[in-house]
Ligand binder design. Structure first.
Ligand code: IMP
Ligand code: MG
Length: 210
C-alpha cells in the first residue's frame, strides 16, 4: 500500500540481558528474573515512534483500534494516547484469544465474541503484544478481513521470528522489537497470570518455568 510506512523493528536478538541491579526493578519480582531484556524507557520511545508511523496513513473517520487482551493492554493504551497527541482519532475495541500451547502442531485459537458488524468500511488496527507461532494473529486477521474493513493493519510490539510456523505468511505492518526465542514477561505480558505490571520486559529464571 502506497501510504503505509513503518520504521524497521529494533533487533535485540543478540543483545545481552541487563542485570536486575542495573535498573530500578520492583523487589517483589527481582528474585524471579534472569535479567532484563528491554527497559521500560526504550519500549516507551519505540511505541511513540510506531504511533508516528501509524499516523502517516490517511483514514476516513475514526480508527477502530482493537486491543488483544490481556497482554497488549499497556502497549494499546500507550499507543493510542500517542495517536491522540498526533491528531489521529481512535475508537477502542477489545478482543480476547486463547490458544492451547503445548500441542504445537494442533494448537487451536479460540476468539472471544466480537461485534463484527462494526468492521465493514472501517479503518481497523489490531494491537497485539507478541507474535510467536503466528496462529493467533493469522486467525484474527482472517476473521476481520472477511468483514470488509476499509483498511486492516496490525501493530505488534514483539516478534519472535524463529518460532513462526511455516504455513503462517502473515507479517504485522508495525513491529516494535525482534527478540530471541525466550519466554518474556512484564510490560503487560504474563507467565501464569503474573508479572504483567513489571515495568520492564524480562526473562524469567529457568527453574520458575517448569
Ligand atoms: P502465537 O499464536 O503462537 O503467535 O502466540 C501469541 C500469544 O502467545 C501472545 O498473544 C501471547 O499471549 C502468548 N505468548 C507468546 N510468547 C510469549 C512470551 O514470550 N511471553 C508471554 N506470552 C507469550
Ligand atoms: Mg496475547
Amino acid at each position: 500500500m502506497v501510504d503505509l510506512y513503518s520504521s524497521p523493528p529494533i533487533d535485540i536478538r543478540n543483545r545481552p540481558l541487563v542485570g536486575v541491579d542495573q535498573l530500578v526493578v520492583p523487589d517483589v519480582y527481582r528474585n524471579d528474573l534472569k535479567g532484563i531484556m528491554l527497559s521500560e524507557g526504550e519500549m516507551r520511545n519505540r511505541v511513540e515512534r510506531i504511533a508516528a508511523d501509524i499516523s502517516i496513513f490517511p483514514i476516513e473517520g475514526d480508527l477502530l483500534s482493537i486491543c488483544m487482551l490481556k497482554g497488549a493492554m499497556y502497549f494499546f493504551t500507550d499507543l493510542n494516547r500517542a495517536l491522540g497527541a498526533l491528531d489521529y482519532p481512535v475508537e477502542f475495541g477489545t478482543l480476547g484469544s486463547e490458544s492451547y500451547h503445548g500441542e504445537e502442531s494442533t494448537g487451536k485459537v479460540i476468539l472471544s465474541p466480537f461485534d463484527y458488524d462494526k468492521i465493514p468500511g472501517r479503518d481497523v488496527l489490531i494491537v497485539e503484544d507478541i507474535i510467536d507461532t503466528g496462529r493467533t494473529l493469522d486467525k484474527v486477521v482472517n476473521k476481520m478481513g472477511a468483514h470488509n474493513p476499509r483498511s486492516l493493519r496490525v501493530a505488534c510490539l514483539f516478534d519472535k521470528p524463529s518460532r513462526r510456523l511455516a504455513d503462517v505468511t502473515l507479517q504485522p505492518d508495525y513491529i516494535g522489537f525482534k527478540i530471541p526465542d525466550e519466554f518474556i514477561i512484564g510490560g503487560g505480558l504474563d507467565f501464569d497470570g503474573r508479572y504483567r505490571n513489571l515495568p520492564h520486559v524480562a526473562v524469567l529464571k529457568d527453574e520458575l518455568r517448569s
